[in-house]
Write a protein that binds this ligand. Structure first.
Ligand SMILES: [Fe+2]
Ligand SMILES: [Fe+2]
Length: 362
């Protein structure tokens, strides 16, 4: 069977023609004989895993001994004794894919009772246990809100591209991507509505009268690298992996569609960065190299885990447990994103910039 990760990297290379942080909790494995967690000063931060898989910048307080942290571990194990600490993580949120950020914060609509977004989509859920059904409703509602925000994100991308003189192909692809995101949102709300007690849709999108646009080409390139090259590449391959294990036909089809669309959106990100590199000078190059170097250092985000984390149960309905998401995201980073980034930067690069060196040593 063809390896989708290699195919994805190939498609990016073909398309190219060639800080802040958040407070949360992070846990680490300890020996079962440990009764008291080590003092923060004695903890190796690299041992800790944050909620989105990102690196820990600072430990904020004493650790709490937790009987089982198997949900947080990289490997699949049933029992992992651990210690959990309040921490500052390297990523602001667990948002991935294509969020719309205002002043660095992702913007989402609130949900309302609304049947209009629930497109005709047959979802059979009769055999699902109530806990699984509830989990599906929560996760698909959040996914649908993320997709809904991506519509606005691509509308802004299109304006940024026009404002900075991008070629018509990129502007066209940005508008097409916004329409894809409308479809993803409709499908997400349809699944959440079919499984939940009431039809759910998005309320008004909470934007002010003016939406800040990217001030320069550096900002356009950084946003495309972060949300397109990294976020949508990860989103596509996670959707592909979820579809591969999903046994619900309607959900599987939705996931396959999302995986294909997100791959196109990721390619738009790679093409946008390539265009910005050609026209933006050394400042663009330095900023883009730092985005990828930061990903190499800190990892990439995956969706927030839900309350249910049984891999077997979740897989049947096209959901990935946290450990599986982290594994696939790490594989995507190291087998697709970083090799493509090296290729992207190599041919246009004055060597030996610090960020590039970090990227190449990752
Ligand atoms: Fe999407
Ligand atoms: Fe997308």
């Amino acid at each position: 069977m063809l390896d989708p990760y290699r195919l994805f990297l190939g498609s990016i290379l073909l398309a190219l023609g060639s800080g802040c942080g958040s407070e949360g909790q992070a846990c680490m494995e300890v020996d079962p004989s440990v009764e008291q967690c080590p003092a923060p000063k004695d903890v190796d931060r690299d041992e800790l895993r944050g909620s989105c898989g990102s690196k820990v910048r600072r430990i904020l307080g004493e650790g709490e001994r937790v009987e089982n942290i198997s949900d947080w571990a990289w490997e699949e194990k049933d029992y992992v004794p651990g210690c959990c600490y309040p921490v500052k993580e390297s990523r602001a949120t667990c948002d991935y894919g294509r969020p719309l950020r205002i002043e660095g914060e992702p913007v989402l609509a609130a949900t309302v009772t609304d049947a209009r977004w629930a497109a005709a989509l047959a979802v059979t859920a009769s055999a699902l246990a109530p806990a699984v059904r509830d989990e599906l409703v929560v996760r698909w509602t959040r996914a649908a809100l993320d997709e809904h925000a991506s519509v606005a994100a691509f509308s802004r991308v299109a304006l940024d591209l026009m404002r900075h003189g991008a070629p018509p192909e990129l502007i066209e692809q940005a508008h097409a991507a916004a329409l894809d995101e409308v479809r993803h949102a409709r499908h997400g709300f349809a699944i959440a509505s079919a499984l939940g007690a009431t039809p759910v849709g998005p309320g008004p999108f909470p934007l002010g009268a003016s939406v800040p646009l990217a001030p320069d080409l550096v900002a356009v390139a950084v946003e495309a690298a972060l949300d397109g090259c990294i976020g949508e590449t990860v989103a596509s391959l996670l959707a592909w992996e979820a579809a591969a294990v999903c046994e619900e036909p309607a959900i599987r089809e939705v996931l396959r569609g999302i995986a294909e669309d997100e791959q196109r959106h990721a390619l738009l990100g790679w093409r946008t960065v390539a265009w910005a590199l050609r026209h933006g000078g050394p400042a663009v190059r330095t900023a883009v190299a730092e985005v990828f170097a930061a990903a190499a250092r800190e990892g990439v985000a995956v969706p927030l885990p839900g309350t249910l984390d049984d891999p077997m149960v979740l897989a049947r309905v096209g959901l990935l447990d946290r450990a599986t998401s982290l594994r696939h995201a790490a594989r995507t980073l190291h087998q697709v994103i970083l090799p493509a980034a090296r290729d992207l930067l190599a041919e246009r690069a004055p060597p030996q910039r610090q960020a590039s060196a970090a990227l190449h040593s990752a």
